[in-house]
Design a binder for this molecule. Structure first.
Ligand SMILES: NC(=O)C1=CN([C@@H]2O[C@H](COP(=O)(O)OP(=O)(O)OC[C@H]3O[C@@H](n4cnc5c(N)ncnc54)[C@H](OP(=O)(O)O)[C@@H]3O)[C@@H](O)[C@H]2O)[C@@H](O)CC1
Ligand SMILES: [K+]
Length: 503
């Protein structure tokens, strides 16, 4: 699904009105209706006191229309317009008149003392500003937002939290619990700096013209289940272990051989035919006991890797996990990089070693996948002042070395040449020990199965996240562990292929 800028969304808005032959008020009706449907499914108690805080633009118009729908359905609603400007849009002004005509409690707020006492309400709906935000918020709107954020009440934002810039850094905005955004994802909703403003994000369809959306060009995308379904390779009836690819997982050191066990098991569970694990001697009994399906190749050293030599012919490699950064291991890694031309995913200590020797990055085959978490990323590309700069620097880095970079996070970002993909599968349960090792194994497996590296990155990240969504009802997020990811890779495939279990 395309991620678009505020300007592009405005254009699609106008084109929808033109192509579909509908009025802007009708489009607003669709938007308000879509929000209403979502809201009434989630908040079913009609005794909740709901305060709707609208601005004077079309986002405010949406809010007032939502007020009318909720009032009609029997909810306890108080509507307000925070009059930060006298320039009401036509559709907003229309809805003010309708709210008054329908005898819905209504209030104009122009100064601080007119701000209602938020403690009298259960839910605050924010319709102050949407994608039309053009400058920092001051005056009465800022006062209202400050009080909303201090209220401790549930806040639900319409389209975007009021004050959130869709395309650049935000420092002050409504801090919503839920954001219900209209049809087109905005990048700002998925950036870690903005999580405190955005809360949970839901996308609702409002009937924007598909033709208009198709005409908008972008290189930013939100990954959807159907995209992944299209990328999955069919399983041949005549498949056998020799045709499904051979992944080699290299890593581990004394006390950290579990990393390789997790990655190897994840690789096999993701569907490659064979998995070998290269680890120091101490790891062999561990992996042979806990994961007999894997073949083990021993380093000469008992506690850490000192050379990476093997006489097998894998199709892809996952390297770096639990490996440590000892001098001998660094040298072994260097000699390995000099001769390796296979598709590869590098994580953890592999990344840390590369950040100690940036000149080694030139040795990586094109489209090698790096999977840093933010700290590992900063070691590779330096610090950044905000998420936008982070993406800019990571993109320049990925392009310079022709790499694919996966920035791991609540919404992992995948940078593949000019393109940015945002992954929204997953839950906070994934922030658990070994989760990254499992991702390395999944991606190595997909590479071994012949997936183009960009596809392997997207499918891998999506699968990994989906396992957490699928177990939300059965495994409490606090007790979800890396092995649960592995155990649910098969279910994630089922869900993607059949759409049987809903995310
Ligand atoms: N996209 C779609 O398809 C659909 C969109 N719809 C809805 O429309 C929303 C966009 O509405 P919008 O363009 O009228 O602007 P909105 O966000 O309400 O802002 C209001 C006005 O405030 C002003 N302003 C800006 N910054 C300011 C500041 N700091 N302090 C004070 N004033 C400031 C600025 O006017 P300016 O002063 O710049 O002339 C701006 O116009 C969108 O989010 C969605 O909810 C749906 O109804 C239908 C389908
Ligand atoms: K809003």
């Amino acid at each position: 699904m395309k991620i678009l800028s505020a300007g592009q969304i405005r254009e699609i808005d106008a084109k929808t009105i033109h192509y579909e032959g509908i009025s802007s008020l009708e489009l607003m009706k669709h938007a308000a209706g879509a929000f209403y449907d979502w809201f009434t499914k989630k908040y079913t108690d009609k005794n909740d006191a709901i305060l709707i805080l609208s601005g004077v633009g079309n986002n405010g118009g949406d809010g007032l229309m939502v007020a009318r729908l909720l009032h009609k359905a029997g909810y306890r609603v108080q509507a307000c317009v925070v009059e930060y400007s006298e320039n009401y849009t036509e559709d907003c002004a229309h809805n003010v008149r309708r709210v008054k005509a329908e005898n819905i409690p209504f209030k104009r707020i122009t100064k601080e003392k007119e701000i209602p006492n938020f403690s009298e309400y259960d839910i605050l709906i924010d319709a102050l500003f949407g994608t039309g935000l053009s400058r920092e918020i001051t005056g009465i709107a800022a006062e209202v937002i400050k009080k909303m954020n201090e209220s401790g009440k549930t806040i639900v934002s319409i389209d975007v939290p009021g004050g959130l810039f869709p395309d650049k850094k935000t420092t002050f905005a409504v801090e919503a619990d839920e954001t219900v955004t209209f049809q087109i994802p905005k990048l700002a909703l998925y950036l870690p700096d903005n999580y405190r403003f955005v809360g949970n994000v839901t996308i609702v369809n409002i009937g924007l013209s598909e033709k208009a959306i198709a005409e908008a060009s972008t290189n930013r995308y939100l990954i959807e289940k159907k995209d992944i379904r299209e990328l999955l390779k069919p399983l041949s009836k005549f498949a056998h272990k020799g045709t499904q690819g051979h992944a080699l997982i290299i890593g581990g050191s004394l006390g950290k051989t579990g990393t390789v066990c997790l990655a190897s098991k994840a690789a096999l569970k993701t569907g490659c035919g064979l998995v070998s694990a290269y680890l120091p001697k101490c790891g062999t009994p561990v992996i042979q006991t806990h994961f007999p399906e894997a073949m083990a190749i021993e380093d000469d050293n008992s506690a850490f890797i000192t050379h990476i030599d093997y006489d097998i012919s894998p199709n892809a490699i996952g390297i770096g996990i639990g490996m440590g950064k000892r001098e001998e291991t660094q040298h072994a890694f260097y000699r390995f990089l000099q001769k390796n031309a296979l598709p590869m995913v590098i994580d953890a200590d592999g990344l840390n070693i590369l950040s100690l020797h940036p000149e080694w990055l030139d040795l990586l085959p094109p489209k090698t996948i790096l999977t840093p978490h933010p700290k590992e990323l900063s070691r590779l590309i330096g610090e950044w002042s905000d998420d936008y700069e982070k993406i800019e620097k990571a993109t320049a880095f990925a392009q310079k070395y022709r790499l694919i970079v996966i920035i791991k996070g609540a919404y992992s970002l995948i940078i593949d040449s000019d393109n940015l993909y945002v992954n929204d599968s997953g839950t906070p349960a994934l922030a658990t020990a070994g989760s990254g090792d499992v991702l390395t194994g999944i991606i190595a497996s997909l590479l071994a199965q012949g997936y183009e590296p960009g596809h392997a990155a997207r499918v891998g990240v999506y699968l990994h996240g989906l396992t957490a969504n699928l177990t939300q009802q059965t495994i409490h997020p606090r007790s979800f562990v890396a092995s649960d990811i592995i155990d649910n890779i098969g279910n994630a495939y089922f869900t993607i292929e059949n759409g049987m279990i809903k995310k």
